[in-house]
Ligand binder design. Structure first.
Ligand SMILES: Cc1ncc(COP(=O)(O)O)c(C=O)c1O
Length: 376
C-alpha cells in the first residue's frame, strides 16, 4: 500500500500544480469542442447523472462507435475507459497455464491484468531500428504456442508511435487463429494515425478492438472507452464484467456529441498536434536528444536521452519542478526505459513552446540532481 499511496500523492500533487502542462500521459488538452461541452452541461443540468446508464451503453452510442470504426456486423460495449475494456477481456481469457503475448514496449496494464488472473506474460522486444521498431509476423509466430490465450497489439504503439499495415494486421490475426488465441487490437491512438486498419475489418472473428475517448476526444477524466467485437465475444466479455451498472451517463453524452463532430474536431486537433511535434523535434535535436521514430502516428514522441549524459528520470523530475509533466521510458519498459523520455503533443501550442524553451534548462538541472523521487 505504501507504493499506492506514494503514487496517489504524485498525481494529486500534479493535479494541484497551478498551470501544469500535462505532457506525459497522451491526454488531449485542446479546449473542448462546444458541442461536447454543451452535451455534458445539458446532461448535468437535466440531472441525468441521477440514473444508471444502460449496462452496455446507450444504443445510439453503441451504433455510432461501430459505424465510426467501420466494423460491419460487430457490436460495441461501452466501458469506464479503454482500460476497463482490457481488464474485462483479460479476466475472461487469461488463466493459469496460459500466456498473453505482446511487444516490449507495450501498454503495461493489460500485462498486470493477465498476471492477476494467473497467466504468464511474454514480451517480444521491438525497440530496434532493424525492424523499424515494429513487431514482425515471424517474431510473433516464434513467441506463440498452444498456451497462448491472448495476443495484445497496441497500434499505433504507445510509446513508439509506429503503426502497422493492413497486411501485418492480417498476418497477426492469422497467427492468433492458428493457435486458438484471441487477438486484442488496442486502437486507442488510431485517430492520430495516417491510415489505420482495425483488425475487425480483415478478421472479424476471434478478434476484439479496444478504443478510448480519452485521447482523441480529451475525455480522460470522464472515464469512457469501449470494446468492439462479434456479438458472441461481447457476450463472453460482458459475463466477466465488474462494471455491471454501466459507464458514466455524462461521459456517454459527451462521446456521442464528439462522434457527431469528429471530422471537424480531429482536423483541428491534428493540425495542432503536427505543429507541436515539429517544434519539439527541432528543440530536442538542438538540445542533444535524438528522435528514433520521427513520424509518430500517436499524439506523442519518444526522445532518446543518451546524447545528454543524464537519465530520463532526472529530466522528468527537472521538468516537473517547472510545472511540466513528461514521462520517463521506464514507465513503459524495463528493458529499454533507460533510453528515452516521452512527450505528449495534443496540447495547446503554448505548452509545447514552454517545453521547448525549458528543455535545455531541464537537462542542466538534471545534471545537479542526486536524489530523484519515485516517478509513476
Ligand atoms: C495503449 C493504451 N490503451 C488504453 C489506454 C486507456 O485509456 P482510457 O482508459 O483512458 O480509455 C491507454 C491510456 O494511456 C493507452 O495508452
Amino acid at each position: 500500500m505504501a507504493d499506492a499511496r506514494t503514487r496517489n500523492r504524485y498525481f494529486d500533487d500534479l493535479f494541484s500544480t497551478p498551470d501544469l502542462a500535462w505532457m506525459g500521459q497522451n491526454t488531449n488538452h485542446v479546449p473542448a469542442h462546444p458541442a461536447v461541452a454543451e452535451a455534458m452541461i445539458r446532461s448535468v443540468e437535466a440531472g441525468e447523472f441521477n440514473a444508471y446508464a444502460p449496462p452496455m451503453g446507450f444504443e445510439a452510442l453503441r451504433s455510432a462507435i461501430v459505424a465510426d470504426l467501420g466494423a460491419g456486423s460487430a457490436e460495441a460495449l461501452v466501458t469506464e475507459g479503454g482500460v476497463n475494456a482490457l481488464a474485462m477481456i483479460c479476466k475472461a481469457r487469461a488463466k493459469p497455464g496460459t500466456t498473453l503475448v505482446t511487444t516490449d514496449p507495450t501498454w503495461k496494464w493489460p500485462c498486470l491484468f493477465a498476471e492477476q488472473a494467473g497467466a504468464e506474460v511474454v514480451q517480444i522486444p521491438i525497440y530496434d531500428p532493424a525492424t523499424s521498431f515494429k513487431l514482425t509476423p515471424e517474431a510473433l509466430r516464434a513467441a506463440v504456442d498452444e498456451r497462448c490465450a491472448i495476443i495484445y497489439i497496441v497500434d499505433p504503439n504507445n510509446p513508439l508511435g509506429i503503426r502497422y499495415e493492413r497486411e501485418e494486421i492480417t498476418a497477426f490475426a492469422e497467427i492468433a487463429r492458428s493457435v486458438g488465441a484471441l487477438m486484442i487490437h488496442d486502437c486507442t491512438y488510431r485517430d492520430f494515425a495516417d491510415g489505420h486498419t482495425p483488425v475487425l475489418q480483415v478478421a472479424p472473428e476471434g478478434t476484439v478492438v479496444s478504443l478510448s475517448f480519452s485521447k482523441w476526444l480529451g475525455l480522460a477524466g470522464m472515464r469512457i472507452g469501449t470494446l468492439v467485437a462479434e456479438p458472441k465475444l461481447v457476450d463472453e466479455f460482458s459475463a466477466a464484467s465488474t462494471s455491471v451498472l454501466g459507464a458514466s451517463v455524462v461521459a456517454q453524452r459527451a462521446a456521442m456529441a464528439g462522434l457527431s463532430v469528429k471530422p471537424e474536431w480531429m482536423q483541428e486537433v491534428r493540425r495542432l498536434d503536427r505543429a507541436n511535434k515539429a517544434m519539439i523535434v527541432t528543440a530536442a535535436e538542438t538540445a542533444g536528444l535524438s528522435v528514433p521514430v520521427p513520424v509518430s502516428h500517436g499524439n506523442f514522441l519518444v526522445l532518446e536521452t543518451a546524447g545528454t549524459g543524464v537519465s530520463p528520470e532526472a529530466i522528468v523530475e527537472a521538468a516537473r519542478r517547472e510545472g511540466v509533466m513528461i514521462r520517463q521510458g521506464r514507465y513503459h519498459t524495463a528493458a529499454f526505459g533507460d533510453r528515452f523520455i516521452k512527450v505528449s503533443t495534443s496540447v495547446p501550442g503554448a505548452w509545447a513552446e514552454r517545453f521547448c524553451e525549458g528543455l535545455p534548462r531541464y537537462i542542466e538541472t538534471a545534471r545537479t540532481l542526486n536524489d530523484i523521487p519515485a516517478l509513476f
